[in-house]
Ligand binder design. Structure first.
Ligand code: SF4
Length: 163
C-alpha cells in the first residue's frame, strides 16, 4: 500500500495535544481561500511512499504522545490512511486527523467513515479566511470543530472537545 504525502514532522506541539508525529497528506480539492498549505493541493505532487515505511518511522520515534494526519486532506486517501491508522491503533497511539470535510459528510461516505472509525479526534471543516483566529487551540478558523469521534459515533451526534 502506497500513500502520497507532502512530508512528516517528527515532533510538533501545535497539531494536537502533547508532542505529536505529523504526517502531511498530499492532495486537496477543497480550495479554501487563504489556505496556508497550497503546495499540498496537487495530487501528483509530494512523495509516493510505502505506508509501512511511515508506520515504521512513527513507531521508531520515542517520546510522542500521538500522531496527527494533516494535509492536504488525509480523507482524500481514506483507505491509505485507514491502513496506517489501524497499525498505529494496535500500538495504542492516539490519532488526530484534520479534514476540510464536515463530520456529517464523512459519516455518509463508506471509505471515509472507515478511516474516521480509526481516529480519536477529528478537526473538521474548511479553513474560512473571514473566521480566521490565532486564539483557538489547533484550529485556523472559528468554524472548525474539535470532535470526540468515539463519543460522536456512539451518540450519533457531534460531541466536541474543548482544549
Ligand atoms: S482543506 Fe486544508 S489544505 Fe485543503 S484547501 Fe482547505 S485549508 Fe488548504
Amino acid at each position: 500500500m502506497k500513500v502520497r504525502i507532502s512530508g512528516v514532522v517528527k515532533e510538533s506541539i501545535v497539531d494536537g495535544p502533547g508532542i505529536r508525529f505529523v504526517v502531511f497528506a498530499q492532495g486537496c480539492k477543497h480550495g479554501c481561500p487563504g489556505c496556508h498549505n497550497p503546495q499540498t493541493h496537487d495530487f501528483n505532487g509530494g512523495n509516493f511512499v510505502e505506508a509501512d515505511s511511515i508506520v515504521e518511522k512513527i513507531l521508531n520515534t520515542s517520546n510522542i504522545d500521538g500522531v496527527t494526519f494533516s494535509g492536504g486532506d488525509p480523507f482524500f486517501q481514506a483507505e491509505e490512511f485507514e491502513y496506517i491508522a489501524k497499525k498505529l491503533k494496535k500500538k495504542n497511539l492516539h490519532i488526530l486527523a484534520y479534514t476540510g470535510y464536515l463530520y456529517e459528510q464523512i459519516v455518509r461516505d463508506e471509505k471515509m467513515k472507515k478511516l474516521l472509525e480509526n481516529v480519536d479526534v477529528l478537526v473538521d471543516g474548511p479553513f474560512v479566511k473571514e473566521a480566521k483566529t490565532y486564539k483557538l487551540a489547533f484550529r485556523g478558523s472559528k468554524n472548525q470543530r474539535i470532535i470526540n469521534v468515539n463519543a460522536s459515533i456512539k451518540k450519533n451526534q457531534v460531541i466536541t472537545i474543548d482544549y
